[in-house]
Design a protein around this ligand. Structure first.
Ligand code: HEM
Length: 131
């Protein structure tokens, strides 16, 4: 019997650049419109375009695709870069709420959505800088 591992990256399984771009677009759409995520919306600039592009670039490399963010800006140092923003449990949950809505809309397959949510949960939790 031959054992064949899944050699595709998360980036490929998600559907590559087009899907990731749509994911971050929906993510910021939700952040911009859900009343319950107003706290984290207020931490961002009026124009969400820059944040959207950077999140797309980061997720591209993080999922195993082209490391666009690192190429442009160097090591992400995400914890350090988020230090100016008060990220407590409520902020973390707001971020995850936007992401889970976006995943539901954009990514096919519950298993894949859950895999991504689980992995992101670790990153988000690591970003917490307030009790
Ligand atoms: C936990 C809740 C989070 C909050 C409240 C938050 C908030 C923010 C804010 C306010 C900015 C600045 C955006 C701007 O330039 O206007 C930012 C930047 C950024 N965030 Fe988050 N973030 C969170 C979690 C995350 C997570 C989980 C990731 C990655 C998976 C992420 C990736 C990024 C990236 C790549 C940038 C751009 C950094 C730069 O080069 O300046 N963030 N975030």
């Amino acid at each position: 019997m031959q054992i064949s591992g899944n050699t595709q990256t998360l980036y490929e399984r998600l559907g590559g650049e087009a899907v990731l771009r749509r994911l971050v677009q929906r993510f910021y759409h939700h952040m911009d419109s859900l009343p319950e995520t107003a706290t984290i919306r207020a931490m961002h600039a009026n124009d969400l375009g820059g944040a959207q592009q950077k999140l797309f670039m980061f997720l591209s490399g993080w999922t195993g695709g082209p490391p666009l963010y690192i190429r442009e800006y160097g090591h992400p140092r995400l914890r350090l870069r988020h230090q100016p923003f008060a990220i407590d449990e409520a902020a973390r949950d707001q971020w995850m709420l936007c992401m889970s809505h976006a995943l539901d809309e954009v990514v096919e397959g519950r298993a894949l959505r859950n895999e991504l949510l689980f992995a992101l949960h670790e990153v988000v939790d690591f970003m917490r800088n307030r009790p």
